[in-house]
Design a protein around this ligand. Structure first.
Ligand SMILES: *[C@@H]1O[C@H](CO)[C@@H](O)[C@H](O)[C@H]1NC(C)=O
Ligand SMILES: *[C@@H]1O[C@H](CO)[C@@H](O)[C@H](O)[C@H]1NC(C)=O
Ligand SMILES: *[C@@H]1O[C@H](CO)[C@@H](O)[C@H](O)[C@H]1NC(C)=O
Length: 175
C-alpha cells in the first residue's frame, strides 16, 4: 500500500511528461550569425535617446540614459543588404560607471525562413569589452520556448556618419 502512494504520482507524472514531449516535438539547436547596422545622430537614426527630464549635454555612457532602437539585422555583413530581422527594443545604461547597458531587444524576423518569429534578448551588455554575451530568454513562432545565448562584437564604427556595425552569434535551443 505504502509503495502505491509513490507509484501513482510517478505514473501520473510520467504520462504528463510523455504527453507534453509528444506535443512539443524534439528540441532543436539553431546557430546563426547576423549583423546589426545601427545609425545614430541623423534623420534616419535607428538608435535614439529616450528623452529624460534631466538637463545637460547627451552622454551615451551616463547612468540611467535610455535609448530606443530599431536596427536592421542582416545575414550578410554588407551595409544595405536585405534585412532578415529588426532589432527592436531598449537599452538603459545600467552601470554607475557607464560600463554596461541593460539590453532588452526583440529580434523580429521579417524575411526568410524565420519570418513571423521572434527571439527575446536580455542581459547586461559590456560596452567596453571587445565582445559581450547576453542571454536569449525566449521566443515565439519557430522559436517557441527558446533559450540560449548571443554574443555581440562591434566590428566597425564611423563616428562621422554615426554608423556602427556589430556581429551577433546566437545559439538557441527551441522546439
Ligand atoms: C535617409 O534615408 C533616405 C531614404 O533612404 C535617404 O535618401 C537619405 O539620404 C537618408 N538621410 C540620411 C541623413 O542618412
Ligand atoms: C559621461 O558619463 C560618464 C559616466 O557617468 C562619465 O564618466 C563621463 O565623464 C561623462 N562624460 C561627459 C562628457 O560628461
Ligand atoms: C562569431 O562567429 C564568427 C564566425 O564564426 C567568429 O569568427 C567569431 O569569433 C564569433 N564571435 C564570438 C564572440 O564568439
Amino acid at each position: 500500500m505504502a509503495s502505491n502512494i509513490f507509484i501513482l504520482p510517478l505514473l501520473l507524472f510520467l504520462s504528463i511528461f510523455t504527453c507534453s514531449t509528444a506535443k512539443l516535438g524534439h528540441q532543436k539547436e539553431t546557430e546563426m550569425t547576423v549583423y546589426y547596422h545601427e545609425y545614430s545622430g541623423s534623420r534616419n537614426a535607428t538608435l535614439i535617446e529616450i528623452p529624460s527630464p534631466s538637463t545637460g549635454p547627451l552622454n551615451t555612457t551616463k547612468f540611467g540614459l535610455m535609448m530606443c532602437t530599431d536596427d536592421p539585422i542582416t545575414e550578410k555583413i554588407e551595409e544595405g543588404s536585405v534585412p532578415i530581422a529588426r532589432g527592436r527594443g531598449i537599452y538603459v545604461i545600467s552601470a554607475l560607471d557607464g560600463s554596461h547597458a541593460h539590453m532588452l531587444v526583440s529580434v523580429v524576423f521579417i524575411n526568410g525562413k524565420y519570418k513571423g518569429s521572434t527571439l527575446e534578448i536580455q542581459g547586461s551588455y559590456a560596452l567596453r569589452e571587445r565582445a559581450t554575451e547576453v542571454a536569449v530568454v525566449g521566443g515565439t513562432g519557430k522559436f517557441r520556448l527558446a533559450r540560449g545565448y548571443a554574443t555581440f562584437e562591434v566590428l566597425h564604427t564611423d563616428s562621422l556618419r554615426g554608423y556602427l556595425l556589430a556581429r551577433s552569434n546566437m545559439t538557441v535551443l527551441h522546439y
